[in-house]
Write a protein of this length. Sequence first.
Length: 352
Amino acid sequence: MKTKNSPWINRILLLFVIVAGPILYFVKQAGSRQRADEAWEACRSKLVTAGEPITLADIEARRPTVLPEDNGALVIERLAEQLQRLSAEPPEQLPFFHEDLLRIDPFLGIPEDAIEPMRAFLREHRPTTDALSELRGVTDGRLTILSYDFTGDNPLDFTIPSILPWRNAEKLKRLSALSHLIEGDIDSAFEAVSAQFGVASTLRSEPSSVIRFVRLSIIRGALSTVECLLRTDELRQEQLNELTAMMNRQLRSISPKDAMRGERACMVGLFESLSSGKLKLADVFDSASASQIGPVSRVDFRAAQVAFAKIRTMQIEVADDPISNPWRLLSALTPENLRSSSHCERDILSAA
């Protein structure tokens, strides 16, 4: 026979639910947080054991030391103000400098009406162009205007100084090389191309995706000039040998691994600040975006930290695979490859 609970028993049950419910919830949450923290600690320990950098301070510590006399970046840092001004509003857009260049059309060549403005621009900036000749043969560099040892709570506040002087340095030497080619001065054009590759080399040790993309753009510009140089079919064997060595040096150091490690350190630091409560979502996103995301717990942030670190690490491990990094397919360049390609293109153009 079922009997009705007395009022005082009901009150006790209600009080238990009110008090014990939140306690049980927080116990469960505490257990989830502990498991999430343990998962991150296991992930972190594995990376440390493998010698992988985890923080931006670790990234800075891994940057190779470059002696001042070997540091080509110092040349561009010294000329940064003049190079930055080159992108100021010009009286007219100069082809091959104020426009992005994938390659010079082998049939159309350099527009005739662009030749004199190009020469005038080079005369105006002759001191800067000549100073950049110091980069001929440069194979290394390290930016002294940048440190990755960021100590703030929000890694997204970490800023990279303007890399525009590096892009303009390459473009200026590209104009110089094209001008020498027009005049038939192959040796001076070759030296200008060497300086273009020197500009790219000054960025080779920077673990930043932004800087890596700038470097790739600089290499692309240098390769477009190499293409023009090869069409002349007038390079001597020693120049072909040196050109091959310059291109292979770039290709051997084109791996995205260090840039990906920098990204991983940045995101790991961000998730660490979010999971520890040092940052709120509103500190990372604007209020409207944060409200759309909805509530996210510390456990969620810790889980995201573990997932991102694992996924990025797997991507780093395969980053040099030719399928993932097509640039690696060019790592077997030889002087004979370059000479045969120039002969082939010359024959095609002659037939056309």
